[in-house]
Design a protein. Structure first.
Length: 148
């Protein structure tokens, strides 16, 4: 029952959807809140590649790209047998609100409860950093840097 292992996160971001979308898709902007290297090819089948901690690459391919509204991409870790590249799915919806954007993230296809816990912690951490950057603040050093 792989579908039982789902990470869901919802967060309010004090910026318009277009700004949040750019922070999620533009490699230079991604690096403001997550990672040390990033490459994106924003079309179905295009590459999603982020060296999240400076020691671990997340790799997948875009399934859906609806500018300023929705992203869906396969996801996994280079060198991992547990969550290999492209083995799970990240879906992000951006809902415009009067005071910013509601970001809804769903991460499906994870293989175990343990992986759900680890990925939930990672998403909570990085969505917090994304929120800080979107609000025009410096998120500070990444405490996840160097983790494998």
């Amino acid at each position: 029952m792989q579908d039982a292992f789902v990470v869901r996160r919802e967060t309010h971001i004090p910026a318009p959807p277009a700004a949040v979308f750019a922070l999620l898709t533009d490699p230079e902007k991604i690096l403001r809140w997550m990672g040390t290297e990033a490459q994106t090819e924003l079309h179905p089948g295009g590459l999603y590649l982020v060296n999240v901690t400076g020691a671990r690459f997340a790799r997948g391919s875009f399934r859906e790209v609806v500018p300023v509204h929705r992203l869906a991409y396969s996801f996994g870790w280079d060198g991992s047998e547990v969550v290999p590249p492209g083995s799970s799915l990240v879906e992000i919806d951006l809902i415009e609100q009067p005071d910013g954007t509601l970001l809804r993230l769903t991460h499906t296809g994870l293989p175990s409860a343990e992986q759900c816990v680890g990925h939930a912690e990672g998403w909570a951490h990085y969505l917090g950093r994304l929120t800080e950057v979107a609000a025009g603040r410096d998120p500070g050093p990444d405490i996840m840097a160097g983790r494998t």
